[in-house]
Ligand binder design. Structure first.
Ligand SMILES: Nc1ncnc2c1ncn2[C@@H]1O[C@H](COP(=O)(O)OP(=O)(O)OP(=O)(O)O)[C@@H](O)[C@H]1O
Length: 305
């Protein structure tokens, strides 16, 4: 039975392709928050979305969305509660006029809100009288974004939503998503390669690599835990520096100073104080730096096992 505070639960999900193995994936996405999946190209983010939406089948494991098991297919009532923005537009719709696609959505989704749809097109500056194939990449993205939101879904799955958007459109999209979450009972799961986007939107961050989840973290906690410290002390050696709590890398930075990366900043600071070492400077890690440190740890761990 799915926990009521979760919007999505993946348990031991696996999918094998000739060139790629996804999983086993375990993922618990909380209701009422924005969670971003980040990871290198080809690590399985879009494949995971496709499994969640029953567009592909998993070989193993269970997938639950909004309390419903989707292993045996997704029923239409559940589909109506979800909005999905694909990573790529499908070319077979190129000859369809935008408004015609919107009309199709209007019949399909009971909660389709024409005023909301028109408002979204207006603020995103998109015209829907063009054929989809004649829209620019960014325009089509904005149109599809408006379509995914116009029925006010409980769960929104956005696969690289800002791909192709200009900076102004990007800002508008961020504002739209913040407002969409205002009600407090909606959930977004998104993928993104844009650090600023993840920082502005996400409450939780899931790191993926090579078809696996490396970890899921609360954003503020993540950024307050990962730091590079320049630690100095008369007796400090590389061996001693490696004992710093949460140590993920030590480099000699001249004389008796070491540049140490930690994922337990508070404990590391306490340790330095207790050992009588001085923290000369501290730098918070950026998301991409955290990602590469996690990847490095994962590689070391895989090599050892
Ligand atoms: N239809 C398919 N048939 C076979 N293999 C596929 C298919 N689609 C994707 N793959 C493979 O599955 C792996 C994961 O791809 P996926 O698109 O899920 O990655 P991603 O994390 O979304 O990447 P990106 O950041 O580039 O969008 C890749 O190795 C890819 O080559």
């Amino acid at each position: 039975m799915m926990n009521e505070t979760l919007a999505i639960q993946l348990d031991g999900v696996e999918q094998s392709r000739s060139n790629f193995k996804l999983g086993p994936l375990h993922m618990s996405i909380p209701k009422g928050y924005i969670t971003a999946i980040v990871g290198p190209n080809g690590c399985g983010k879009s494949s995971t979305f496709r499994l969640m939406l029953d567009l592909d089948k998993a070989d193993k494991g269970t997938i639950e969305l909004l309390g419903c098991n989707v292993n045996q297919g997704m029923d239409t009532e559940l589909k109506k509660r979800i909005g999905y923005l694909h990573d790529q537009s499908s070319s077979h719709e190129n000859n369809m006029i935008g408004a015609a696609k919107a009309e199709f959505h209007r019949f399909w989704y009971d909660d389709w809100d024409i005023n909301r749809y028109r408002e979204l097109l207006h603020i995103l500056e998109v015209e829907d009288h063009l054929m989809l194939g004649k829209m620019s990449k960014g325009m089509r993205r904005k149109f599809e974004f408006a379509l995914a939101l116009a029925h006010g879904p409980e769960l929104l799955l956005l696969d690289e939503p800002s791909s192709g958007l200009d900076p102004l459109a990007w800002k508008t999209m961020i504002e739209v998503l913040h407002r969409y979450m205002d009600r407090g009972d909606r959930t977004i799961l998104m993928t993104s390669h844009i650090i600023e986007e993840v920082k502005r939107l996400a409450d939780y961050i899931v790191f993926m690599a090579q078809g696996r989840v490396l970890g899921m973290y609360e954003k503020d906690e993540l950024f307050s835990s990962w730091f590079t410290l320049f630690v100095s002390g008369a007796e400090l050696t590389a061996k001693k520096a490696a004992e710093l709590p949460g140590q993920c890398g030590v480099e000699h930075a001249g004389a008796t100073t070491f540049r140490i990366t930690t994922n337990k900043a508070a404990e590391a600071e306490e340790w330095c104080a207790a050992e009588g070492y001085q923290i000369v400077s501290r730098q918070a890690l950026e998301l991409d730096e955290i990602m590469s440190a996690l990847l490095q740890q994962d590689r070391l761990h895989s090599r050892r096992n």
